[in-house]
Design a protein around this ligand. Structure first.
Ligand code: SF4
Ligand code: SF4
Length: 406
């Protein structure tokens, strides 16, 4: 904790968000009535964000109003656990996510939670329409953090600029409809660092976790140097870490009860990271994530470096299941095949791929041979995976039934 200063204050004060000078990069601790939460300043915005934040992309069964209300209650629960940053977007959860967040906000005291949403449009007019729809569905008169969404390639910056989307976002900010214009990107560390150098955004959301951190480490360092807020999506590698607890056991310190806790603490310990965005599908997942902080002293820098070296030597190039490679013109369910390939990387046996395909996805290896190598998915892949090569490898496996259910 040497790098941080701690403050203790009441839950009531913590939830009344006051401007904070950027110079005070303080880790705030709130302990009251069973709530234990840490808060960090989001860059230079003067806003403090809980180090665990709520992602709105993994709600289940929310097609009707009852499902929307059930999902909203997960966010209400998250708020009661001290989480004050809700991330959503159009199209998440069958395009219901913004409505779910709006429903939750109606049940919470006003002005207690910061809301993030997004837009992929390149055209200024389209961005404006999307923003207005988001405001209406969220029931807000302004978005706290509005993301220029999913910059996968450096050229997309030019496209969004030429199309007028960037200008439209800043015009909306001047009108008071947006408080902070930020971006989410799946570019590698070097390209993201160049984006940061443009000095346009107040913060970034990037995919970074205990598995893929080398791919974007330069982005984390550049964001810290520039004083940007930094929210981390995919902190659990799209479920891969909890699903392979034994494999990833080495990331635990003696004080971490499980790998999920270890993976979140790995992120929270890094002062450059404002918050880890966890997609919740039930209250128990909220509790599990928040419990990772209970009584927690952030790892020191030497521990984090040792952890990084060890992980770096073991794992990279894993699919996070983000789905950005879809749709495939051949209708290949690419994330399911790449998820199965992860099991080959993690397990080392061809049978691990066949078992995963058959018992988890109800697929055969031969389905991957439909790929015509158009390359579209590889251009879109957030992890820059050699998808075609991996599909060819899977297609070469015997499509015999797996011997028995694991
Ligand atoms: S390269 Fe293959 S898997 Fe990828 S989009 Fe094209 S056909 Fe689909
Ligand atoms: S193959 Fe790439 S884009 Fe597709 S789900 Fe995996 S990581 Fe995401």
């Amino acid at each position: 904790m040497a790098a941080h200063t701690r403050e203790f204050f009441s839950w009531g004060k913590a939830s009344t968000v006051a401007p904070l000078p950027f110079e005070r990069q303080t880790l705030i601790v709130v302990k009251l009535k069973g709530v234990f939460m840490l808060y960090r300043p989001y860059g230079k915005t003067g806003k403090r964000i809980s180090v665990i934040s709520a992602g709105g992309m993994r709600f289940r069964d929310c097609a009707d109003s009852a499902g929307i209300e059930r999902a909203a209650q997960i966010l209400v629960h998250a708020y009661r656990k001290g989480i004050n940053y809700f991330d959503t977007a159009p199209y998440y959860c069958g395009d219901r996510s913004e409505e779910i967040v709006g429903t939750a906000l109606k049940e919470l005291p006003p002005n207690q939670v910061y809301v993030s949403t997004k837009c992929t449009a390149a055209s200024g007019a389209d961005l404006r329409r999307s923003l207005e729809k988001s405001l209406q569905r969220l029931g807000l008169d302004r978005i706290h953090f509005f993301h220029i969404w999913c910059l996968i390639r450096p050229e997309e910056w030019a496209e969004r600029t030429a199309g007028g989307a960037i200008e439209a976002a800043f015009r909306a900010k001047e009108e008071g409809l947006i408080e902070h214009v930020v971006a989410s990107t799946h570019m590698n560390g070097d390209d993201t660092a160049q984006l940061i150098e443009k000095g346009v955004f107040e913060g970034l959301t990037i995919g970074y976790n205990a598995i893929n951190f080398p791919f974007r480490q330069k982005a984390v360092e550049a964001a810290e140097k520039a004083g940007l807020g930094l929210v981390i999506m995919n902190p659990l590698a799209g479920g891969l870490i909890p699903q392979n607890g034994r494999r990833f056991d080495f990331i635990r310190s003696p004080h971490d009860p499980d790998v999920v806790t270890a993976a979140l603490r790995f992120l929270v310990s890094q002062s450059a990271i404002t918050s880890a965005l966890v997609g919740f599908s039930c209250e128990e997942e909220v509790d599990h994530a928040v419990d990772a902080l209970t009584g927690f002293e952030p790892y020191d820098a030497a521990f984090i470096e040792r952890m990084k070296k060890r992980i770096e030597s073991h794992f990279d190039q894993l699919c996070t299941g983000c789905g950005y490679c879809l749709p495939c013109p051949q209708n290949i369910p690419i994330p399911k095949y790449m998820d199965s390939y992860n099991h080959l990387i993690l397990d080392g046996r061809d049978q691990a791929v066949l078992d995963r395909l058959k018992w988890h996805w109800d697929l055969g290896a031969s389905g991957s041979s439909d790929c015509v190598a158009c390359g579209q998915c590889e251009t879109a892949c957030t992890q820059h995976l050699p998808i075609v090569q991996r599909l060819q490898r899977i297609a070469a496996l015997p499509d015999a039934p797996a011997p028995e259910e694991p």
